[in-house]
Write a protein that binds this ligand. Sequence first.
Ligand code: PGA
Ligand code: ZN
Length: 425
Amino acid sequence: TIAELISWEALDSRGRPTVAVRVVLSGGVSANACVPSGASTGSHEALELRDGGGRYGGRGVRTAVNNVRVALADAVVGLDVADRDAVDLALRAADTSPGFAKLGANAILAVSVASARAAAAAAGTSLARHIRGDGPLPIPMPMVNILSGGAHAGGLIDIQDLLVIPTASSSFAEAIEWAAAVREATADLARHCAFREAVLVADEGGLGLALDSNREALELLVDGIVHAGFTPGEDVHIALDVAATEFYRDGAYDLATEGRRLGSAELVDEVRAWCSDFPVVSVEDVVAEDDWDGWIRATEALGASVDLVGDDLFVTDVDRLKRGIETGAANSVLVKVNQNGTLMGAREVLRLAHDNGYRTVVSARSGETEDAWLVDLAVGWGAGQIKVGSTHRSERVAKWNRLLELEATEDTAFAGPWPDGRPTR
Ligand code: PGA
Ligand code: ZN
């Protein structure tokens, strides 16, 4: 049973405050958790409670920390963590406002994760194994960020993430080795291009560089894959996070890099051309979060051959995913636990997705910490894919290292290779 909650303000990878929690059980076992934070957030996400005022530019989380110490401690002290959903149900009951706006989803999630970890620790096992039970642990296929734009790289290009999926790899260790090689090769090409004074490291560890068009970024990535010794479209495929909500303004899409303004149907046509000219097998947030018609149009046009992943669209919310399933919007869902607020809530979204043939990608945020609980959840829940950024920056590498550790030390089954560059499930 939970004896005590301890909470404090920690820093995330952008130097901004975030909530850290320690759950102490009556037997003396304890576990910590730190929560992440997005930059290209969807407007329908659960609420991250920030203090306002002068500290950290208004981003302090002392109120959320205090909510853990008082309101959430009142709600969960005395509960048995072995009863899987008891803590999350109590957290939900403690704040019934939409998006946990009263106490803060950052406060609630930190308690939810630390409690699950404490339960695993008390049972003498890892969180992944605790959630999964017996049998091989399913290791997801990684999607690894190589080039960054949008809100993660000062808008250098409009597409937020250009990622690689090492689709022909047959172990996680091989997959991450290939992805690291592509990043190095792409960085090498970028540095040798004329006029490229600066190749910067973006928020998720990808390369940030000024290019003239989004298509040029796709060309550079394909060149990088070749330069690393792989065959694009055979060994390695491409995924995009367009993050279109970020450049949707007054009813149209501003591709600022190219000085073009596109309607929803025109943006879908543009993305369709990218998918036919380059080995793109997955596109996230192809249009904006509330452009349901655009989503349905994109799914009709591309859904048979491309994973269309809803991030800002679904915000890890059961009701929004249900609407997507009913209307035929997207065919895959990005699962970001902090968009929802509890492990139980995120797990419901993942189950609903799997039950309806939607693929799942468990994802980190652009503001992360060294804490890697996300990996154990992705594995425990059996997500097909995982996206945590690039192979640079320790808050990213912490997640890849956790996957490497699981593969080296546990009985595991890797998701790859994908037969036709497409997932089997
Ligand atoms: P965010 O970006 O964490 O800044 O929201 C990640 C993503 O859009 O997938
Ligand atoms: Zn996204």
